[in-house]
Design a protein around this ligand. Structure first.
Ligand code: FRU
Length: 490
């Protein structure tokens, strides 16, 4: 295997130049953006040597997807990020076509191991192929294994693809064994998640297929994650080309398969399936376990369908979601923003049990940097429809309408400023429970993350609305009581 050290050095030099020219003020307050250029999936999310590390799919030289590198940032609180030098560049035979998504795991000797997909470029008669690679380092510099790719298509039983074989997520069991879930596209069962194990992270053995789409949930499953939570086992995947069904929208999605795992026989039994996020821009999430036991998830706050022609207003393109704490409630996977967000709360404004009907503003409730909680208290009210508008000015708004009778919420950014013919609305279940319906919106300039009823459903969306549109209004078709807590963020 030949390694050419120049590409990574060139990227790091380019990053140093750019870092001096770019201003922090233009970026979102607490959502990670790439240092420069393009970003997609979160990779290698882990806690290592006292801080969180987050790597990301990265093309530093343009704001469009291109030859994939791994960008890198670190944080103590998951909200303030410091850029680190680019971690991986496509510079070996095993990954000359790109270093695709993957994960990270600390080793017992104190080093950090990265597992990623090496793409091997197409030849005259061949399509590009995908295989799994590893690199080990000190948290800044990583050395790729001379054995790469350590998992090739030849490791797999017949029927699995060498073209769609990617996104390894690795972890270490208590007995020191390495395990990996990785995505493949099976000739018959389509999107499939494979489990492999290894004693040293280099020599891997195929252990079985955990689950597959079988035409139900899309054609290829990308970016798997697999972890225990609240007495169950959760398998998260990001399917391509889904049919709309039940709560799932068409196209790219995020799916949680919840069930039981028999670790000895490597068998996963699926018990329920749900979308992870119902929004317009959320994909390829990855989780890590924080030292305090929280399972934290972060996703790419964008979508392959809409990113291609999205405006490029900044020297960087794309951002990550807020990191979210995962928990199970009544068998559902639920999410809330990491509690560290409360450290960004500025002067809190409260309106307790105020009655609203005609479209109205509430004093002190305005802005595009805000953690806003709205609790609807419809008891004794004839109200059927409640409408919240944010990022509002004379021309624009983002609308969240709750149809209380149907138990449905419509998130609608069609008046948000985009003139593109793409999806702008999502319909989500949002029921009144024990006399209330709660909405929590995290707004960070060009994005909204909406947590419904304590995070039982989440809607994530970028919004194209000019930053000067910062009004927030409340309206209903009949008087209804609401309690509002607004925490401007800074
Ligand atoms: C998901 C994905 C991954 C792949 C990466 C390439 O968004 O398609 O499957 O590894 O992006 O950038």
């Amino acid at each position: 295997m030949s390694i050419n050290p120049k590409p990574l050095e060139r990227v790091r030099e380019f990053e140093r130049e750019q870092a001096m020219r770019l201003s922090a003020g233009e970026r979102p307050l607490f959502h990670l953006t790439p240092l420069v250029g393009w970003m997609n999936d979160p990779n290698g999310f882990c806690f290592y040597q006292g801080q969180f590390h987050l790597f990301y799919q990265y093309h530093p030289f343009s704001r469009q997807w291109g030859p994939m590198h791994w960008g890198h940032a670190v944080s103590a609180d998951l909200l303030h990020w410091t850029y680190m030098p680019c971690a991986l560049a496509p510079d070996t035979d095993a990954d000359a076509g790109g270093c695709f998504s993957g994960s990270a795991v600390p080793l017992p000797d104190g080093r950090l191991m990265l597992a990623y997909t090496g793409v091997q470029p197409a030849g005259t008669f061949r399509r590009e192929t995908q295989a799994q690679c590893v690199a080990v380092g000190n948290g800044t510099d990583f050395e790729k294994s001379l054995l790469n790719p350590v998992i090739r298509h030849a490791h797999l039983p017949v029927g699995y693809s060498e073209f769609d074989f990617r996104d390894p997520k690795i972890w270490r069991e208590e007995d020191g064994t390495f395990r990996m879930v990785v995505a493949n596209r099976h000739a018959e069962r389509q999107g499939a998640i494979l489990l492999l194990s290894s004693r040293d992270g280099l020599d891997w053995e195929f252990r079985g297929e955990l689950d597959a789409s079988r035409g139900e949930y899309g054609k290829m499953w990308e970016c798997p994650d697999f972890f225990p939570l609240g007495g169950k086992q959760v398998l998260i995947v990001s399917p391509q080309q889904m049919h709309a069904r039940e709560e799932f929208h068409a196209g790219y999605g995020t799916v949680a398969l919840i069930g039981r795992f028999d670790g000895k026989n490597c068998e996963f039994t699926r018990e329920s399936v749900q979308p992870v996020d119902h929004g317009l821009t959320f994909y390829a999430p990855q989780t890590t376990l924080a030292p305090d036991g929280r399972r934290i998830m972060i996703g790419w706050m964008d979508s392959w369908e809409t990113c291609k022609e999205a405006p490029r207003r900044h020297p960087w393109y794309a951002q990550m979601s807020v990191p979210r704490e995962l928990f199970l409630e009544n068998g559902r996977l639920c999410q809330r923003p990491v509690r560290e967000i409360e450290r960004l709360w500025q002067d809190t404004v409260r309106h307790d049990r105020v009655t609203v009907q005609e479209e109205t503003e509430l004093e002190g409730v305005r802005g595009r940097l805000m953690d806003l909680s709205v609790t609807l208290l419809p008891e004794g009210s004839a109200c059927r429809r409640f409408t919240l508008r944010v990022a509002k000015n004379a021309e624009h708004y983002i609308q969240i309408r709750c149809d209380l009778a149907r138990g449905e919420l419509v998130f609608d950014r069609s008046r948000g400023g985009s003139l593109r013919d793409i999806a702008h609305t999502r319909h989500v279940r949002a029921e009144v429970r024990e006399g209330k319906l709660t909405l929590r919106l995290l707004m960070d300039k060009e994005s909204i993350e909406l947590f419904i009823n304590g995070g039982e459903r989440v809607v994530t969306s970028l919004i194209p609305t000019p930053l000067s549109a910062d009004g927030i209004t409340f309206a209903a078709d009949a008087p209804i009581r609401v309690s509002v807590e607004a925490h401007p963020l800074g």
